[in-house]
Structures are given as structure tokens and as C-alpha cells.
Design a protein around this ligand. Structure first.
Ligand SMILES: [Zn+2]
Length: 153
């Protein structure tokens, strides 16, 4: 009798009648690994390993950048607008916050299946159409539109 060796993945289990149940079946096994990821996770839709390289909040480095930029602008603008130049800090801070959030939001959609968790949280229907759009751009989903149309009388 010959013995067969089957490698089981971390998340795989043996089901009834000895069948292997693959718990983790990602769409893509080969993913681009980021250098210093701030968060590692699996895409909830396609199961592909993903990571973020940015944080949605300002980091210590960002605060220093904001402080230095506003100090420089305050010094430059003080002869022109006097005390109002101190409010430059709030403008720069707001812009920095906006920039960080915008850059982070760009990272959210899954590059493998188009799932956008931020849209899913706000509007599930919109998240669904975003995924559909993603696959349409890749050249799939042609037939799905046909199905949605009412039958010809
Ligand atoms: Zn995905």
C-alpha cells in the first residue's frame, strides 16, 4: 500500500469522510509585500493577504512636519498680515489631516477584487457596485448585465 502525503495549510481541516476542507482559499497567493506595513489582514471578500503602508491618523513625524511648515509660513507672513499669521498653524494642520486621510483612503480598495471596506461600512449596495465596476473594467461581468434586463416580450 502506498502512502500519500498531503500538506495541510494552517487553516485547513479534515472534514467528514476524510475530505480536506480548505478554510482559506485566497484569490491570489502571490502578493506584493510592503516594506513596513502598519496593518496586515486578509481581504474579507477574496481572502487575499493585504497590508496597509499608511495609518489613517497623523504620525509623530507628520506633527513635526506640520509644526515646521507652519512656523516657516508664520515667519514669512508675519510682516504682511501681523497676528493673523498665527492662524496659519490651523490651516496647515487641516490640510495635513486631509492629505493623510485621502492617501489612506486610496489604499483601502482591494487591488485583487475591488472590495472597498470604507464603502461597505457606509453603503453596502455602493460597495457591491464598486466590485462589479472593478470586474467590468477587467473585462468580466458582460453576461451579468444581460441577466438584469427584463425579458423581451
Ligand atoms: Zn479582495
Amino acid at each position: 500500500m502506498m502512502a500519500t502525503i498531503i500538506w495541510l495549510g494552517e487553516r485547513d481541516t479534515i472534514g467528514r469522510e476524510g475530505a480536506i476542507v480548505r478554510k482559506h482559499n485566497p484569490l491570489s497567493e502571490r502578493v506584493f509585500r510592503k516594506k513596513n506595513p502598519t496593518m496586515k489582514f486578509f481581504c474579507p471578500l477574496c481572502g487575499t493577504e493585504r497590508s496597509f503602508s499608511l495609518k489613517p491618523r497623523l504620525t509623530h513625524k507628520n506633527y513635526i512636519q506640520i509644526a515646521v511648515t507652519s512656523l516657516f509660513l508664520t515667519v514669512c507672513l508675519f510682516p504682511l498680515i501681523k497676528v493673523a499669521a498665527f492662524f496659519v498653524l490651523f490651516v496647515v494642520w487641516g490640510l495635513g489631516e486631509f492629505a493623510v486621510r485621502t492617501l489612506f483612503r486610496k489604499e483601502i480598495p482591494c487591488p485583487h477584487c475591488g472590495f472597498d471596506a470604507s464603502w461597505y461600512k457606509r453603503d453596502v449596495k455602493m460597495a457591491q457596485s464598486k466590485v462589479k465596476e472593478f470586474w467590468k473594467e477587467k473585462g468580466y461581468f458582460e453576461e451579468a448585465e444581460e441577466v438584469d434586463r427584463p425579458p423581451i416580450q
